[in-house]
Ligand binder design. Structure first.
Ligand code: ZN
Length: 153
């Protein structure tokens, strides 16, 4: 496993649309392993492949309930709304309140190529929606209100 460079806001790759994964080959497995190491090293709760410069529909989250890897994730159900403060490893030092569904169901492939569905509430819903946005070139600052700047920018 290796830690990859996290792209930061201003890098054009963060604004591009990621492509579906057709074949889960060794490159995708290595990508997943490297993303996990990169996310943990940066103490993030989620990471999307474009954040490490790879335009593939691969994301992961860990909100404290264990790692969830999602390949080609699609939100198939959503309900309610919530407003939660978000940050992003690609937008260091900024935080803002974003409206997200309170509950979602996501369908995706796991690393074995098996389709599964997962239900996410509250923080897990926010985290998954935030990561899926990255696959469509969207950053939380596009949707956030009350953006706070912390640290030395
Ligand atoms: Zn992010």
């Amino acid at each position: 496993m290796a830690i990859r460079n996290i792209r930061v806001n201003g890098d054009e790759i963060l604004r591009k649309i990621s492509k579906r994964v057709d074949v889960i080959d060794s490159r995708i497995i290595t990508l997943l392993d490297d993303m996990e190491e990169t996310m943990r090293n940066a103490e993030g709760v989620g990471l999307a492949a474009p954040q490490v410069g790879v335009l593939r529909r691969v994301v992961m989250v860990d909100v404290g309930e264990g790692l969830i890897e999602l390949i080609n994730p699609v939100i198939v159900y959503e309900s309610g709304e919530q407003f939660r403060k978000e940050g992003c490893l690609s937008v260091p030092g900024k935080f803002g309140i974003v409206k997200r569904p309170e509950e979602i169901i996501v369908r995706a492939l796991n690393r074995n190529g098996e389709t599964f569905e997962i239900k996410g509430n509250e923080l897990l819903s926010t985290a998954i929606c935030h990561e899926i946005d990255h696959l469509n070139g969207i950053l939380f600052i596009d949707k956030a209100s009350d953006i706070e700047i912390k640290g030395n920018e």
